[in-house]
Design a protein around this ligand. Sequence first.
Ligand code: SF4
Ligand code: SF4
Length: 129
Amino acid sequence: MNPDEWESLCDGCGLCCLEKIETEAGEVFYSDVACKLLDTKTCRCSDYKNRSKRVKDCIPLSVEDTAPFEWLPSTCAYKLIHNGEDLPAWHPLISGDKQTVHTSGISVKNRVISDDPKGEWTILQKMSD
Ligand code: SF4
Ligand code: SF4
């Protein structure tokens, strides 16, 4: 898989760019607070090229290190492919339409707020196993 093909697997849901909370029991929850670089209207990183420099917790995904896949949502194409599963019908590579990730309600578009210095988080959803 070349770099362009790898990047095309990302459906643009924005879920991995939300702040996460892990309980002592190891359960992971996604908050409704997005990384400061996430454009919450488009669900795209506003500085993708420099993301690792600007956000120290941003972890670029690669086939060489699949450990971070554990934190990804169950809908994420990287996780699905890693687990040998098919892409869903709403995935842009299947539907041929980049909007289907939004119209199907998968993405965080217009559902989250940007990183808030006051730390006023609420739980958006529990991460699926
Ligand atoms: S969760 Fe996966 S598919 Fe969604 S934005 Fe993150 S890397 Fe892309
Ligand atoms: S820096 Fe960009 S890619 Fe990384 S978590 Fe933030 S919005 Fe997402």
